[in-house]
Design a protein around this ligand. Structure first.
Ligand SMILES: O=P(O)(O)OC[C@H]1O[C@H](O)[C@H](O)[C@@H](O)[C@@H]1O
Length: 529
């Protein structure tokens, strides 16, 4: 029988009394039933709850076959996706793979290099990635539940063209794998029209809960990680975290204690790890909790830190800054590999007392010392520990946090499974990009941007003052509007003309008038009386 995930809250006892989290038991029971009977808010997106038991076995086999094909015909797999469409896969690959996986010689790396792209709008990132692909055989997995997210869509345009230029249209089709909605969306239509192999993001599983679906599994399988063990770990965790008694359900106990801490003003949770391989697990966890709880002006802000590294950057704040923090340390009992500290005869650094000690031991003492210091500083500490960084325990850890998140969201009284807030920036971005149909919003937003800016270009100044650009340029030449030429264009400090704006307008009206007044044949100069 496998060991289980250990949850320890001893270092939070001083901050939250047992009765304070025990009193949440009834609310957790309600949350539990809402999840399992699918009667709570967001109940259209609860497919993840039973997924480790009920996942589509046929598609699972297709994933395995597709991964074998990619492993045999590609040196590189590009995973194009953003948010929940890539974070889970990257988290799992980083923890189960080699820290420098893509740099290993082929002899040591049996599987394709895997790069994640389409998770930003950086031309530099994509250009540099294209340099890396020179001379390599490439397959692409495009992942988008909606099928229309801007970042992956732009990346796919660029890499589809790259593939078609390298292989021709027909061969390129065999190297493009689409993971998207079963029936709907632009990506699904494109895949059907072009004949790309398709995998499904189930309708009732949202992006941030989708790592154990084809979204995560295809890249994970290509990397050579053991996806069977990953699913088995999640399956066992699903059974284990069904019990209602908080004392026997560490997942619910974590949800209860973090909620009790939140009610006591601990509004920022730092997910901490002492292994850099967990960096993207923290990124996945931040989206999971941030998008699930950050609603109605509520929610614990999810942040992350890598120790001991960040003890040298954030350590001061954590020790002495605002006391709104608590830490959840994700740790691995036994590191996969270890090294021994060597003796230095000169003992220049004074560390000969560590001679013969394992680095894992030193890391653990750093952890123990840090927890005590931070608790002394008023920062509660929770511990979620897995026996080893294996696929089985990682599958369990994923399910542990997914379920704790769903329960926590319901405890908070929000819908943990939607993300209405992410649409605001998208609407603004599309308007400012000139998307058809957004013309009115574009004008409004550009006016607001000008209001919010101190330094304007001539074009922006003209729009801001509602005066012709030629007029602005004239006033710059006459020195009436001070401008700095930055080598490209004139930049005007709005503050310097705001106070004589009236004068500038009058000048414009006068000049307009003068320009349009009929010039008299001659001037009748009346003798002065
Ligand atoms: O998978 P997609 O539809 O492309 O969505 C990718 C991501 O972007 C959206 O804006 C949401 O914030 C995320 O929950 C989602 O994971």
């Amino acid at each position: 029988m496998n060991k289980t995930i250990r949850f320890d809250y001893a270092n939070a006892r001083a901050f939250v009394k047992q009765h304070e989290w025990e009193q949440l038991s009834p609310a957790i029971e309600i949350a539990h039933h809402m999840l399992h009977s699918r009667t709570g808010p967001g109940n259209d997106y609860l497919g993840w709850v039973d997924w480790p038991e009920q996942y589509d076995r046929d598609e699972y086999e297709r994933i395995r076959q597709a991964s074998a094909r990619i492993q045999s015909d590609s040196d590189v797999l590009l995973v194009i996706g953003i948010g929940g469409s890539y974070l889970g896969a990257k988290a799992v690959l980083d923890i189960l793979g080699h820290s420098f996986y893509n740099l290993l010689p082929k002899s040591k790396r049996r599987f394709p290099e895997i790069y994640f792209v389409g998770n930003n709008i950086s031309p530099i990132y994509i250009s540099h990635l294209m340099d890396v692909l020179e001379g390599k055989n490439v397959s692409v997995n495009v992942i988008s539940k909606s099928g229309t997210t801007t970042e992956p869509a732009i990346a796919f345009r660029l890499f589809r063209e790259w593939l078609e230029k390298k292989y021709g249209r027909e061969e390129a089709k065999k190297r493009i794998y689409i993971t998207t909605d079963k029936q709907r969306g632009a990506l699904k239509k494109l895949a059907d029209d072009e004949g790309y192999e398709c995998f499904v993001i189930p309708d009732d599983i949202g992006g941030r809960y989708s790592v154990l679906t084809a979204v995560g599994l295809l890249p994970i399988a290509v990397s050579g990680a053991n996806m069977d063990a990953l699913m088995r770990g999640a399956k066992d965790a699903r059974e284990r975290y069904m019990v209602m008694d908080l004392r026997d359900n560490p997942c619910y106990l974590y949800a209860a204690i973090r909620n009790a801490l939140y009610r006591k003003g601990k509004t920022v949770e730092l997910l901490v790890s002492y292994e850099p391989q967990f960096r993207y697990f923290a990124e996945w966890w931040k989206q999971l909790f941030g998008e699930s709880e950050g609603k109605d002006g509520k929610g614990i802000f999810p942040a992350s830190a890598e120790f001991s590294t960040d003890l040298h950057s954030l350590g001061q704040y954590i020790q002495d800054g605002m006391r709104h923090l608590f830490e959840t340390v994700v740790s691995v009992t036994k590191p996969a590999v270890d090294l021994t500290v060597q003796e230095d005869p000169a003992d220049v650094d004074g560390l000969n007392f560590l001679t013969g000690k394992r680095m894992g031991y030193v890391n653990k003492k750093a952890f123990e010392g840090t927890v005590l210091a931070h608790v002394d500083g008023g920062v509660p500490n929770l511990l979620v520990e897995i026996p080893e960084a294996s696929a089985y325990y990682l599958g369990g850890l994923i399910y542990f946090f997914e379920k704790a998140c769903g329960i926590s969201g319901y405890l908070l009284g929000v819908n943990p499974f939607d993300q209405p807030g992410v649409e605001a920036y998208k609407a603004n971005m599309f308007a400012l990009l000139g998307k058809p149909g957004y013309e009115r919003q574009k004008a409004e937003l550009e006016a607001r941007l000008r209001e919010n800016k101190t330094y304007l270009t001539v074009e922006e100044t003209a729009a801001y003052l509602e005066l012709p650009e030629t007029f602005i340029m004239e006033k710059i030449k006459q020195g009436r509007i001070r401008a700095v030429h930055d080598g490209n264009e004139y930049i005007i400090n709005k503050e310097q003309f705001n106070h004589h704006l009236e004068e500038i307008r009058k000048l414009q009206e006068f000049e307009d008038a003068a320009r349009h007044e009929p010039i008299p044949e001659s001037y009748d100069v009346k003798d002065e009386d």
